[in-house]
Structures are given as structure tokens and as C-alpha cells.
Design a protein around this ligand. Structure first.
Ligand code: NI
Length: 226
């Protein structure tokens, strides 16, 4: 399932993020990639401990906490420290790859990458190319969203970032380990949660919505690992 999460960052956040990134200490992106991915990766990243990276990461985490859509779709257990990357000039693309299954946090904790997320920091009109291209059972999807919006997609998918041929593409990305490991179960829970929300909006609370909410939580209890 591919899901757009609107307005993870607002206009103020974006302005602050771009100011922080204007003179940030960019480095080559290969260092953080696995062996296969390093062969096709050609972009720039920020060291995660630098000021810009920390400040923007914190901003993104606050945005995620406000997003009912993110919480319902991802059912997050752990979130990998958000990273920032740049595609521009000669370092402008990232060929087809699958992200490593397990990432380690600075404190040694491991995060299983059930879901990947990209938050777009540049407006689409500021660059050409740079679409996040995700290959799934339904074919290829090319994604380029307004600044502040994010896309959430399965960590299992083969994906790439197309070459940026004009301007620069700034983004924040991270992975999520979900309370519910199975994508199929996670999707059912998300669909049920969204349908319940619509039922409540249309008809208010009823015995049926209470019973269905109970079923939602009982399925979550059956499938979640905390
Ligand atoms: Ni990737």
C-alpha cells in the first residue's frame, strides 16, 4: 500500500528547514547504504548528528505524531532516526534497490524496516526529475509530492530516485518498524479504522460502531507485538 500523508510539515517548518540546509555539511551518500545499494546510489546526505539533521528530524517526528493517518497506517513501534538527503548536480540519482531489512540506531537498538517514508522538502517546481519510483505488483508508480507532504510505502519494495536534471531535491527519509509486522494485517486494520471514522462522521456513535471498534482492538491485540 502506498499512502500520501499530507502536511507533515507546515510552511514555517519548511522555511526553517531550508534555512538550516542552506549551509549544511553534505557528504556522499554511499556510506550508509548496503553493498548492492551502494553500487547504484549517487546522492548526498547529512551526518545524522549535525544540527540541521537533528532539528529537521525532530520537526518531522512532531508532524508524524499529529498525523492520524500515519499512526493508523503505520502503527509505529519504532521509528529510525530521520535522515536528510539531496539530489542535485552530479550526485543526482539512486538506482533500483531494496532498503536493508534491519537498521541500527546510535544506541545499538535495531529497527526492522517494515515501512519506508519520504517527506518532500523541495517544491516540485524547484526541480526536474527526482521522482521516487516504486515497483510493485501493480507496476511502477512515480511519486513527486508538494513540499511538506510524505509518502509511506512498504519497506519490501524495489524503488529508485530518478535523476534530477535541474535544481535540487531535498528530502527527509526514515523507516518504521510496525507493531504489526504483516503488511496484509496492517492494511486490514487501516481500512477498518478509516471505515469506522467515516461511519462515526456520518451517523455518530452507535452500538454497531462500538462493537466494530472492539473488533478492531481485538484484532490489533491478536496481531501486535509490543
Ligand atoms: Ni531506498
Amino acid at each position: 500500500m502506498l499512502l500520501t500523508l499530507p502536511d507533515i510539515l507546515d510552511a514555517n517548518d519548511l522555511q526553517q528547514a531550508r534555512r538550516l540546509l542552506a549551509d549544511a555539511p553534505w557528504t556522499g551518500g554511499k556510506a550508509s547504504a548496503g553493498t548492492q545499494a551502494a553500487q547504484v546510489k549517487n546522492n548526498q546526505q547529512l551526518p545524522y548528528e549535525c544540527e540541521a539533521s537533528q532539528a529537521i528530524g525532530a520537526m518531522v517526528l512532531r508532524g508524524l505524531e499529529r498525523s492520524a493517518l500515519f499512526l493508523s497506517a503505520a502503527l509505529p513501534r519504532k521509528i529510525f532516526t530521520p535522515r536528510i538527503n539531496r539530489y542535485a548536480g552530479a550526485a543526482n540519482h539512486y538506482g533500483n534497490h531494496v532498503d536493508s531489512a534491519i537498521r541500527s540506531l546510535a544506541d545499538g537498538q535495531r529497527v526492522r524496516t517494515d515501512l519506508s517514508c519520504t517527506v518532500f522538502l523541495s517544491e516540485p517546481a524547484a526541480y526536474d526529475g527526482g521522482e521516487l519510483t516504486i515497483t510493485g505488483t501493480g507496476g511502477e508508480q512515480r511519486i513527486k509530492l508538494p513540499a511538506g507532504h510524505a509518502v509511506l510505502y512498504p519497506g519490501t519494495s524495489v524503488h529508485q530516485v530518478q535523476a534530477v536534471t535541474r535544481g535540487e531535491r531535498l528530502a527527509c527519509f526514515f523507516w518504521v518498524e510496525s507493531l504489526v509486522r504483516s503488511e496484509e494485517q496492517r492494511r486490514l486494520l487501516f481500512e477498518m479504522d478509516m471505515a469506522l471514522m467515516q461511519l462515526r462522521q456520518a451517523h455518530g456513535e452507535s452500538a454497531a460502531t462500538t462493537a466494530l471498534t472492539g473488533s478492531y482492538h481485538n484484532l490489533l491485540r491478536m496481531w501486535a507485538d509490543t
